[in-house]
Design a protein around this ligand. Structure first.
Ligand code: NAD
Length: 347
């Protein structure tokens, strides 16, 4: 029997989680919570999703021809697991509802780490999330950074220094900036990404500096990683590629900007041009002794979706073997398929 799952909040992350769950034989999407009426309620309704709204919004949705299935409380009470994809900081308040109905929940990176028992990344600490009631999937940039570190093996990494060029806003967020400046993120060093990475891999020596750039497409990270022991180039490539969550892109693909990467995803038929993989430019990958340098693009809207799906298997104890979970989720979302469109060719 598929497990009944709810998605509370149907924005950038929530709609992608909901669409992933719709395709999975292991989960049944019991419904989504919408807080304001807009076109996405109509599209979700047409796709057959059940829509739950705050009690005082029932009439507003009806007026526009979308019959709500019930209230947010009804949705939570029907589900066996809730994904909280609310605006950053709201999930911690929503938790009261999940506690009231004794429902496990998966939170997003905009919440403080204390909201959950575990801050999570599949390749780093899947086992720690097994059977937990509250798990937090860390932010997009931290997910990108941790995938690299844990693909190499966190024990194999002595330290990481990362410069993150962070997209200023998602495409739909018209009013966020900066529009022309580059700005130090949160005016602090290290940026929250390093702290977040440590919330997952406690003893990781990591420092990050994040600069906010006027773009909506993707983040770009420059990572300098010091390994504990020298590793051969082939070994590094194999480690990075093994989970298929990291795509090494050869220069021959002709992609040297985030804009071209978006075009690749569109041409490959990815929904919403979602790039679930870290995209490492193979030409940037250099290794000298114990030092490894790479440049990677991270699609902020999509990168945490595989980890969100994986986390459900852990929380519900549906599958305890991380390799099987990664394989299932990769298959569900087509993660790793882009590799077969482009030969890696890394040398
Ligand atoms: P969003 O603003 O696109 O979507 C949030 C949705 O939640 C909106 O549709 C809003 O109407 C709805 N909502 C309003 N009040 C709510 C409530 N009380 N409970 C539940 N939902 C409510 O936000 P997003 O970008 O999808 O971000 C969601 C979470 O994911 C945040 O924690 C964010 O930090 C994290 N995250 C975002 C990105 C990204 O690039 N957008 C990447 C990784 C993680």
């Amino acid at each position: 029997m598929p497990v009944k799952v709810a998605v509370n909040g149907y924005g950038t992350i929530g709609k992608r989680i909901a669409h992933a769950l719709l395709k999975s034989p292991d989960f049944e999407l019991v419904g989504i919570a919408k807080y304001n009426f807009d076109y996405s309620a109509v599209l979700a309704h047409r796709l057959g999703m059940k829509i739950f709204v705050p009690r005082d919004k029932l009439e507003e949705f009806r007026k526009h021809g979308v019959e709500p299935e019930g209230s947010i409380e009804d949705l939570v009470s029907e589900a066996e697991l809730v994904y909280d994809a609310s605006p950053a900081g709201r999930g911690a308040k929503n938790k009261e509802l999940y506690v009231k109905y004794k429902k496990p929940a998966i939170f997003q990176g905009g919440e403080p780490p204390e909201v959950a028992e575990v801050s999570y990344n599949t390749l780093c600490n899947f086992e720690k999330a097994l059977g937990k009631s509250y798990v937090r999937v860390v932010s997009c940039n931290t997910t990108g950074l941790l995938r690299v570190v844990c693909s190499l093996g966190s024990n194999a990494v002595e330290s990481v220094f990362g410069v993150i060029v962070r997209r200023a806003s998602d495409p739909k967020e018209d009013l966020k900036g900066p529009v022309s400046s580059l700005a130090l993120d949160s005016a602090q060093i290290p940026s929250h990404h390093a702290l977040d990475a440590k919330a997952v891999v406690g003893d990781l020596a990591v420092e990050t500096v994040a600069i906010v750039a006027p773009t909506t497409l993707m983040h770009v990270q420059v990572l300098k990683i010091r390994l504990r022991k020298p590793a051969g180039f082939e070994q590094v490539v194999e480690s990075l590629e093994s989970s298929r969550r990291v795509l090494l892109l050869d220069a021959a693909a002709g992609i040297d900007t985030t804009g071209k990467l978006v075009e690749l995803a569109r041409d490959a038929g990815r929904p919403r041009y979602d790039v679930y993989e870290n995209v490492v430019l193979a030409s940037s990958l250099s290794r000298s002794g114990v030092e490894l340098t790479l440049v990677q693009a991270v699609h902020q809207e999509a990168i945490v979706i595989p980890e969100n799906v994986d986390a459900a298997y852990a929380v519900l104890n549906l599958e305890t073997d991380v390799h099987k979970v990664v394989e299932k989720t990769n298959k569900l979302l087509g993660v790793g398929e882009l590799k077969y469109l482009i030969t890696t060719g890394a040398k």
